[in-house]
Design a protein around this ligand. Structure first.
Ligand code: ATP
Length: 225
């Protein structure tokens, strides 16, 4: 991750089943809006709280790597996929690992869409997330981003921790910063459904991801590979 230099580092976890252009726009717009030194994509090994991904972790990682090849300011952390075992990946453990890598002082920002943020109270050891990183939340069509959209405990945290982009560099962790991104009503679920029906996903995913899907014949049947 040294290629992402010093300064505030964005950490973008996801299932990426598959990676699509809204993921890339979220990373680009977070970098611009929040003044990030870079964004590290972290594909989940075996995500908790959702059905098993349709395609193997190695394929999901390969698609992220192809999409980001030569993209300045972005990197991929493969550790969760490479160390995947039968245990779910928990974001709190991902952040503990990132904190060990980057030391206690570097500001780290976990990037989430509004849908993921609204469900935060269900996450393993979720209160500890704020000790490990800031959280920046992107707007997402169909998902409200406001105090009151999550549970009561999350609302209390949102109210107490809400900050501005400029606050991120002032502390290693602890703020919640909403930011607006270009509204893109794109989801990996809808892309998988299109592909399973034999429909095109061109321009919903980067060309490199589409080529990978075509050459490995993933998602083309309802049960995938
Ligand atoms: P699925 O449909 O399989 O749930 P997804 O499209 O939501 O997938 P994930 O890999 O689960 O993709 O998402 C990773 C992160 O990207 C999450 O924090 C999610 O909120 C965010 N995200 C995904 N799509 C969008 C979008 N269209 N706009 C804003 N944020 C998004």
């Amino acid at each position: 991750m040294s290629e992402l230099g010093n300064g505030v580092l964005g950490l973008f976890g996801g299932t990426f089943d598959p990676l699509h252009v809204a993921h890339l726009r979220l990373a680009i717009e977070a970098r611009e809006a929040l003044g990030l030194a870079g964004v590290c994509f972290i594909p989940a090994g075996s995500p908790a709280l959702r059905e098993a991904p349709q395609c193997a972790a190695a394929h999901r990682l390969a698609m992220v790597e192809r999409a980001l090849a030569d993209a300045p300011g972005f990197s991929v952390d493969a550790a969760e996929v490479l160390n995947a075992d039968s245990r779910p990946s928990y974001t709190v453990e991902t952040l503990e690992r990132q904190r060990r890598l980057h030391g206690p002082q570097r500001p780290l920002v976990l990037l989430l869409g509004a849908d993921a943020f609204a469900r935060l109270e269900a996450w393993h050891r979720w209160h500890e997330l704020f000790e490990l990183a800031h959280i920046a939340v992107a707007t997402r069509p169909g998902h409200e981003l406001r105090v009151g959209a999550g549970g009561a405990a999350l609302d209390r945290e949102f109210t107490a921790r809400r900050g501005e982009p400029a606050d991120l560099a002032k502390a290693p962790a602890g703020r919640i910063v909403p930011f607006a991104m270009t509204a893109l009503e794109i989801s990996a679920t809808a892309i998988r459904q299109r592909l399973a029906q034999g429909l095109s996903a061109r321009y919903l995913v980067p060309d490199a991801v589409l080529d990978y899907i075509d050459s490995h014949q993933i998602y083309r049947t309802p049960h995938g590979h």
